[in-house]
Design a protein around this ligand. Structure first.
Ligand SMILES: Cc1cc2nc3c(=O)[nH]c(=O)nc-3n(C[C@H](O)[C@H](O)[C@H](O)COP(=O)(O)OP(=O)(O)OC[C@H]3O[C@@H](n4cnc5c(N)ncnc54)[C@H](O)[C@@H]3O)c2cc1C
Length: 480
């Protein structure tokens, strides 16, 4: 239910868009399959912030035959109101993104309409539920073409088109043709959440959970909880367990101590955001080694959210090496001796591995990775960066083997997940990267479609016969 100010803002967005609508009409040649079936210009996979903004950006530059397919049911896309356990975003409130530079569409305009200007002025960071409410308003205001409960499970290349198979939660399948797809499938969307093998093998599933899973925190009341990992999610889960009455929560990390510097704040400048992909490989590699090495500290307020509890402890230089169970307790082996817990929370993030995703598994082995295309100088190697896809300057997959039949198909697939970061800089799965990343992605796709149909556009010009000069007589006189 929108208040009057939000209704007025919605009208303002429509007026603003109308004022800058120049050249946003459809221009892409329509395509049918040999059997006359319709073909989307772009299928965007994933209806989180990245997929929504991409479909809007495409529409603004005249690519209208687009649909967004989202695996989750309505209201359940993305992390914000599903498994995220922080109070606020870590992103500073001045960062803009999905609005693509339109002031009335910014998070600030939404927030001021919803809560008032004074509330914005005194706000520190945006509540994650407000961020989701903003994204819901954004999608509704722009009438974005999202279909929920459609998980992409297979991609086949046929007659120069992508044939996509979707599955819904009740097991029904449907097929769609598309000329291009964008994978906006999330931070883990080019792989899977990671749980160390020794935990999967030695600890029964009811005694541990990864941070992205549902966790019954009430059941942790009075329990000893061990958390592996030092990222924001690890600390958010630690705090949630402490707030639910856990007797103790021990956060263990491999590093000696927590990182304190956040390179994301350094990256938030138009030079880096706009032009990183144009750098030579070695420079991009060096940037990324530094950024991945610095990682991001847990936000200060998240750390304090934990440290205010007596039961909280934090252990640097304490990787978990092995685990075993004794009844309902888990004994974890570390270089500093054994630790005993009643429940484990695994905050070890995700790995990049295309073979683990249904939508990319069939062609995963032919996707070029940094490890295939680039050899790091001695002493500057990184197995993690090696596992990331080596994308084209436009964010498309590239083939490992250019002669492989998958090669042409890979060029029709754009990656807008976190895995794009080493190639593109901040782009997919980051609010800070959206302002430049979404725009660059949409323009690249539009360029690709335009160039592919160059001859058709030329024919269109050659047959263009709309007269602008309609009379050669005096004004008001009709002349044959
Ligand atoms: C807990 C958490 C907190 C974060 N906090 C911040 C923050 O404060 N600031 C910041 O800049 N970034 C943050 N991030 C990183 C990033 O901004 C978020 O992950 C954000 O949700 C990325 O948006 P997205 O649209 O790329 O992916 P998502 O929002 O994850 O959306 C991807 C969607 O794709 C769908 N999908 C996946 N596979 C398929 C498929 N095969 N078919 C159809 N649909 C599919 C998923 O259901 C999902 O809804 C956070 C990430 C997490 C996990």
């Amino acid at each position: 239910m929108q208040n009057d100010a939000l209704k007025a803002l919605t009208r303002q967005v429509h007026e603003d868009l109308e004022k800058i609508a120049y050249a946003s009409g459809p221009w892409v040649s329509s395509v049918l399959t040999h059997h006359g079936e319709p073909v989307l210009d772009v299928a965007v996979i994933g209806g989180g912030q990245g997929g929504l903004a991409t479909s809007f950006a495409l529409r603004r530059i005249g690519v209208h035959n687009v649909r967004v397919f989202e695996r989750a049911k309505h209201g359940k896309a993305g992390p914000w109101v599903t498994f995220a356990r922080m109070i606020t975003l870590r992103t500073p409130k001045h960062v803009t993104g999905p609005d693509l530079g339109i002031p009335s569409l910014t998070p600030r305009s939404w927030f001021e309409a919803r809560y008032g200007e004074a509330a914005w002025a005194s706000l520190d960071k945006i509540d994650r539920r407000d961020w989701q409410a903003y994204l819901d308003w954004y999608s509704e205001t722009l009438a974005l073409p999202v279909q929920h409960d459609r998980e992409l499970v297979d991609v086949v290349w046929q007659d120069g088109l992508l044939h996509l198979t979707f599955r819904s939660q009740d097991g029904e399948t449907s097929k769609v043709w598309a000329r291009r797809i964008v994978l906006a499938t999330g931070i883990e969307g080019s792989g899977s959440w990671h749980v160390p093998e020794f935990i999967r093998e030695s600890v029964p599933a009811h005694l541990y959970a990864h941070t992205h899973q549902e966790i019954d925190f009430e059941a942790l009341r009075g329990k000893r909880v061990g958390v592996l990992g030092g990222g924001a999610s690890a600390f958010d889960n630690a705090a949630t367990a402490l707030e639910a009455g856990a007797q103790s929560v021990a956060v263990c990390i491999r590093r000696k101590t927590l990182p304190r510097i956040n390179p994301y704040r350094w990256m938030e400048n138009a030079g880096f955001l706009g032009h990183f992909p144009s750098l030579p490989d070695l420079t991009r590699w060096r940037f990324m080694r530094r950024i991945f090495d610095l990682n991001q500290p847990p936000p200060q307020d998240t750390f304090w959210r934990c440290s205010r509890h007596d039961g909280f402890s934090f252990h640097g230089d304490t990787p978990w090496l092995d685990a075993r169970c004794d009844g309902e307790t888990v004994i974890v082996k570390t270089p500093r001796g054994e630790k005993t817990f009643d429940f484990l929370i695994i905050g070890t993030g995700f790995v990049i591995d295309f073979s683990k995703r249904p939508e990319t598994a069939s062609f995963a082995s032919n996707i070029a990775l940094w490890g295939d295309r680039f050899t790091a100088p001695a002493g500057e190697e990184s197995a993690v960066l090696d596992s990331y896809p080596y994308l084209s300057p436009q964010s498309q997959f590239l083939p490992r083997d250019a002669a492989h039949p998958d090669a042409a198909m890979l060029g029709a697939i754009y990656n807008f997940t976190f895995a794009a970061t080493p190639s593109m800089g901040l782009s997919g799965a980051s609010i800070s990267g959206m302002r430049y990343g979404v725009d660059r992605l949409a323009r690249a796709i539009a360029c690709d479609l335009f160039v592919q149909d160059g001859e058709k556009h030329l024919e269109s010009l050659l047959s263009y016969d709309t007269e602008e000069l309609v009379s050669l007589g005096r004004q008001g006189e009709e002349q044959a």
